[in-house]
Design a protein around this ligand. Structure first.
Ligand code: SF4
Ligand code: SF4
Length: 440
């Protein structure tokens, strides 16, 4: 069974595809759409319950301050409704074997939703009666959710699922569901498909700052990550305002710590995240709009505003009143009232200085997400020195990988911003198309 019933109606064989795209974030969706528009039959595989990746969870994008969801949602809907694209959510790629010269044989594992996809209307009656409250990973643990839930307001498909690890099997959702679509008998499915080519669009992982003990993330409630702040600023945000976690107070003095887990050999990630200077600058501008009386200080090593309009965007934030301080934070300590003391060397004065803030946002970096390598059984998908997919011919053929017929798109190749991700996905679609033309 597939998520998009339209595709199921038009595709005669649901096991044979021209292209399998692994990962339905913005890179995977863009590649799938481009190839679908060219007439290729595409399978899009996503391990999460919704397509859209991390971009669908963002507030606005830099440097235009366009609403991220307003860009992502139509693209995601178009992908879900496209007659040439079949989507499997909650699905992981287990094994990929080369089957002769022209095909890959792929085994997929599709986890059960415990909800009959075609019957669920997304009414959320089940959520209202579920007695279980657990952390909401789509709000980056800022709020709670039920054991039966729709991941977020604009999830696609908008279908409930049951977190069986936290479910008490009380049956309340089954009784409340007007469509009668809760189904505890669903089992994990093994699916076999073939594809002539593959695009790896598995994206990145966010750096977990818990490993930098001196910043206190996980111990100090008012030290949050930039992704948590992103959710606080998003239109689909958990609260109706920006609040600090310890006491729900509206913060007055907010600090950003740039390069958290990037450009840092001690945490094994020596490279620049490419985005944290600019997304922090974007959040600073949004915060100055949301909380006009708040002081926003941004502690940085260097400002890397390399893209079109980025330096102007940075200067605009300064003009609006954002306080950029050159100095790497050495240590953060917590006061009894939940406020935080930041200790750093102020590069302008050469002095070690301490400043107090009531909320600290760690501008976390990006890490490689190399798990897919294990699925390739006959040939090795080569990675670079920091575990991103190797591009053996980066200048002439940026989507090419070490395996013929396997291409790569977006941040699976390394950190990049959204415009570069879209361009990379377009390049992957073009290279895949010319490969398929050569094959036929
Ligand atoms: S059966 Fe599970 S998901 Fe359904 S209401 Fe009870 S605890 Fe919640
Ligand atoms: S599972 Fe039933 S109650 Fe829950 S959202 Fe779907 S239709 Fe509504």
């Amino acid at each position: 069974m597939t998520d998009n019933q339209n595709a199921a109606a038009t595709c005669l064989d649901e096991t044979r595809f021209d292209v399998m795209v692994i990962g339905a974030g913005i890179a995977g969706a863009e590649s799938a759409l481009k190839l679908g528009d060219m007439g290729y039959k595409v399978l899009l595989v996503e391990k999460e319950p919704s397509i859209g990746g991390k971009m669908i969870l963002l507030s606005k994008v830099f440097p235009t301050l366009d609403c991220a969801a307003c860009i992502t949602t139509p693209k995601v809907s178009e992908t879900a409704r496209h007659p040439n694209i079949t989507i499997h959510t909650l699905t992981e790629v287990e094994t990929i074997h080369r089957n002769g010269d022209r095909h890959f044989s792929v085994q997929l594992k599709k986890k059960p939703r415990y909800v009959v996809e075609k019957d669920c209307t997304g009414c959320q009656e089940c959520e209202a009666v579920c007695p279980v409250i657990t952390k909401d990973q789509f709000q980056f643990n800022l709020t709670a959710r039920k054991a039966v839930y729709i991941p977020f307001n604009i999830a696609n498909p908008r279908i409930a699922l049951i977190d069986i690890d936290n479910c008490m099997l009380c049956g309340a959702c089954e009784k409340a569901c007007p469509s009668g679509c809760i189904d505890f008998t669903q089992k994990e499915q093994q699916l076999q498909i073939t594809a002539k080519s593959i695009i790896v669009a598995t994206g990145f992982k966010l750096f977990d700052p818990i490993s930098i003990e001196r910043y206190g993330y996980g111990r100090y409630k008012n030290v949050i990550t930039s992704m948590q702040m992103e959710r606080e600023l998003a239109p689909t945000r958990p609260f109706n305002n920006v609040l600090r976690p310890s006491d729900g107070k509206i913060p007055d003095k907010i600090a950003y710590v740039f390069c958290t887990g990037s450009r840092d050999h001690t945490v094994g990630n020596p490279i620049c995240s490419q985005v944290c200077c600019m997304y922090s600058t974007k959040q600073a501008q949004l915060l100055m709009g949301a909380l006009p009386m708040a002081d926003i200080s941004l502690y940085y090593i260097n400002i890397r505003a390399f893209g079109k309009g980025y330096n102007e965007f940075y200067l605009q934030a300064k003009d609006m009143g954002a306080n950029y301080v050159k100095g790497k934070i050495g240590k953060i300590t917590e006061k009894e009232n939940g406020n935080l003391i930041l200790r750093f060397e102020d590069i302008a004065t050469g002095k070690v200085t301490e400043r107090e803030h009531d909320l600290v946002v760690l501008s976390v970096g990006l890490l490689a997400n190399p798990a897919i390598v294990k699925a390739f059984k006959d040939e090795k998908l080569e990675l670079d020195a920091i575990n991103y997919v190797q591009q053996p011919n980066m200048l002439q053929s940026p989507a090419q990988t070490s395996i013929e017929g396997v291409f790569v798109a977006g941040t699976a190749t390394g950190p990049m911003d959204i415009p570069d991700t879209i361009m990379s996905a377009g390049a992957a679609a073009t290279e895949t198309s010319s490969y398929l033309t050569r094959l036929s």
